[in-house]
Design a protein. Structure first.
Length: 152
């Protein structure tokens, strides 16, 4: 399980570091900013697409392990399933974040920056700690009925 957690952690920090590297390169004018800001129709299409992709990806990434098929695979196959679905979960969150960071500097439109920030704020909820990895591959315990729950 530690090996899977290490793989997921490397992916997590690698994509985050790549996005931060983009910010540093653009802010220090190593890469030119606003090279696409004159292409209005391309900007509109990119903005609409990235809004759907980013917000849909965030929702899907946060709910992914709750889907019955995914949860069953995580419980039965454990480590291989956690590796597969964990990588997918990170990519669903971090690739749109990276693309929105890039598009922010290419178009100089705040929408992309906000979408990247929203995705970045979702990252702590999927950070691959060992405890989270162990919890995600175990069957949830049934809560025993108490007299208060029987009455309602």
């Amino acid at each position: 399980m530690k090996q899977i957690r290490n793989i997921l952690t490397i992916i997590f920090w690698s994509i985050l570091a790549a996005a931060l590297l983009l910010v540093v390169l653009f802010e220090n004018e190593v890469l030119p900013m606003g090279t696409w800001n004159e292409q209005l129709s391309a900007e509109f299409l990119c903005r609409c697409t990235m809004e759907v992709v980013a917000l849909g990806g965030i929702y899907l990434a946060l709910r992914l392990f709750k889907f019955q098929r995914v949860h069953q695979e995580l419980v039965t196959r454990k480590e291989p399933a956690l590796k597969k679905w964990g990588i997918l979960r990170l990519l669903l969150l971090q690739l749109p974040m990276f693309l929105n960071t890039l598009l922010y500097y290419m178009f100089l439109q705040a929408t992309y920056g906000y979408l990247a920030i929203i995705a970045a704020l979702s990252l702590p909820f999927v950070y691959p700690t060992l405890g989270r990895c162990m919890d995600e591959v175990e069957e949830p315990e049934e809560t025993p009925e108490t007299p208060e729950t029987k009455e309602s």
